[in-house]
Design a protein around this ligand. Structure first.
Ligand code: ATP
Ligand code: MG
Length: 133
């Protein structure tokens, strides 16, 4: 398995609720290293660009409003097979479908306010890491 880097975002719902440390414990317990971390507020312009792949979806505007509603924590993760491994630790997009012991099962409150983001491919991981770091 290749050593990879991926982008993690702790979304406004989870930062606001004080779940960041618990989420990062789950990430580290899965064997992933947090190489870089910063807290920031996305501008509307940044949110629109970051999620431009979803610009034709009915939830795009709401998603951008949510992502700018409070501070987020962006992180560079590293590890063996990090992209897929972190997606596994996050769990399904909709917390109703997420497996036990996943971040979203524990901390997501809806399909939109689902606590975390993770890159879904090597190409997107590179793009998204460059976007923030
Ligand atoms: P992420 O990209 O945040 O890691 P994901 O890859 O599991 O999550 P995507 O399909 O890429 O899910 O959707 C991006 C984000 O858009 C989701 O994480 C969620 O916050 C929001 N979202 C997705 N589907 C819906 C929906 N049907 N209604 C509202 N919000 C949604
Ligand atoms: Mg996605």
């Amino acid at each position: 398995m290749p050593n990879q880097k991926t982008l993690s975002i702790i979304k406004p719902d989870a930062v606001k609720a004080g779940h960041a440390n618990a989420i990062n414990l789950m990430i580290e317990n899965a064997g992933l290293k947090i190489l870089k971390k910063k807290e920031l507020n996305l501008t509307t312009e940044q949110a629109k660009e970051f999620y431009s792949i979803h610009s034709d979806k009915p939830f795009y505007n709401e998603l951008c409003n949510f992502m700018t509603s409070g501070p987020i924590i962006v992180q560079m993760l590293e590890g063996e097979n990090a992209i897929e491994l972190y997606r596994k630790v996050m769990g399904a997009t909709n917390p109703d479908d997420a497996e036990e012991n996943t971040i979203r099962k524990k901390f997501a409150t809806s399909i939109q306010e689902n606590a975390v983001h993770g890159s879904d491919s090597e190409e997107n991981a590179l793009k998204e890491l460059n976007f923030f770091f």
